[in-house]
Design a binder for this molecule. Structure first.
Ligand code: SF4
Length: 382
């Protein structure tokens, strides 16, 4: 444990080079033959968080998923499953369809499993931090081998989303929301302890910085990383992104629990320093200066990202100066305050019970156009 590989291509890899890149990364940590045996059922867990945003860096590169399917078949897998549950704001079948992952996987003979339609198994979390039992996709858990295929991105709540956070896609949507209610940092640590992963292959061909996990800027890193140890992979990858362990709460929790040991980190292939780049930090707060107040409690990254994206749109439209006394209330635990000067904007499906307390914007999350229309209304802009 503790060994992490880093491989990089000299430039943007051509389609024909991606498989070789993935293979080299795995060979450096023992080869796929040490993970997949003849006759095994293999479950792959990519990141297909949405089908609506299709820029590079948002989802696991389809070519990486295809390479893994083919390599598992070549290693003798009797079945390869691509298992995913998208973010709550996109139905999983839509995400799998629009992203092209379903068609690509099925064309190679893999079975595509929508976590939100799959049966669930309830897994205990021994010595849990915050949640003692977690329902997880049966198709994922009953596979002989589980391979995690995250993409390297910044994240507005966790700062990074890498191997550990990617596991959230194997739980059903209501539980994803629940994770944000109870505290996503400890919840993903518990999840990773409940779900053993045999191999993680991190796609950093196109990574994302800034307003991750969906609205950030692409970073063409032309890199793939792999490890049998998901925690060591996250440690090494976060260093590649220029983050310090002390900045990352979930890594600190994992360290306290002894889930990895930074002293045992062994990087093979390219050294971290050779590929490292200081990624632009995601905006983590919801403070936008005078005129805009955000009351947020239990909001997930989708709504938080939407607010940042809408404020960006307002800036581009040079409308920020016209915004006065705008209060946005967001998140499953948030309460709309009484006695505000102006009508508050009540954002998102999880606040439906309070829809009469302000100008309600439906959606999970609402889209930018709906938000902008509501802002124009409550701020009485033409
Ligand atoms: S409405 Fe927003 S905060 Fe509420 S569950 Fe949906 S994405 Fe999360």
């Amino acid at each position: 444990m503790g060994r992490v590989s880093i491989v990089r291509s000299a430039g943007a890899p051509k389609d024909s080079e991606v498989k070789e890149l993935v293979k080299r990364s795995i060979d450096l940590v023992g080869g796929l033959g040490s993970v997949v045996k003849r006759g095994d059922v293999v479950a792959l867990k990519p990141n297909v968080v949405t089908g609506r945003v299709s820029r590079p860096g948002v989802l696991t590169d389809k070519r990486v998923i295809e390479a893994m399917i083919v390599m598992c078949q070549e290693a003798g897998a009797s079945e390869v499953r691509v298992v995913e549950g998208s973010g709550y704001f996109t139905p999983t079948d839509v995400a799998l369809e629009k992203s092209g992952v379903k068609a690509a996987a099925e064309a190679l003979g893999a079975r595509v499993v929508d976590v939100d339609k799959d049966q669930l198994v309830e897994l205990p979390v021994p010595g849990h931090l915050i949640v003692d039992r977690i329902p997880v996709s049966r198709a994922f858990m009953e596979a002989d081998v589980r391979i995690n295929l995250p993409v390297m991105k910044t994240h507005d709540q966790l700062l990074v989303t890498l191997g550990v956070k990617n596991l959230k896609g194997v739980i059903p949507k209501p539980w994803k929301r629940n994770f944000h209610k109870i505290g996503v940092v400890k919840a993903i640590v518990d999840l990773s302890r409940a779900v053993p992963i045999d191999l993680t292959v991190l796609d950093a061909i196109n990574a994302m910085e800034g307003l991750g996990p969906s609205f950030g800027d692409v970073v063409p890193l032309n890199t793939v990383m792999a490890s049998r140890d998901i925690w060591s992979l996250d440690l090494a990858a976060s260093r590649v992104m220029g983050f310090d362990l002390e900045e990352l709460d979930y890594l600190k929790e994992g360290l306290k629990l002894g889930l990895f040991d930074p002293k045992k980190l062994e990087v093979v292939g390219e050294p971290i320093e050779k590929v490292a780049r200081k990624f632009k930090r995601p905006p983590t707060d919801l403070e936008f200066g005078e005129g805009i107040t955000v009351i947020s409690d239990g909001a997930c990254s989708a709504c938080r990202g939407t607010i940042h994206s809408v404020v960006y749109d307002l800036e581009q439209m040079k409308m920020m100066g016209e915004i006065r006394d705008l209060t946005i209330v967001v998140g499953a635990n948030a309460k709309v305050p009484k006695g505000l000067k102006c009508t508050p904007l009540v954002m998102g499906t999880c606040l439906k019970a309070q829809e009469r307390e302000g100008c309600y914007v439906v959606g999970c999350p609402p889209n930018n156009d709906q938000m902008l229309a509501a802002i124009r209304k409550v701020c009485k802009l033409t």
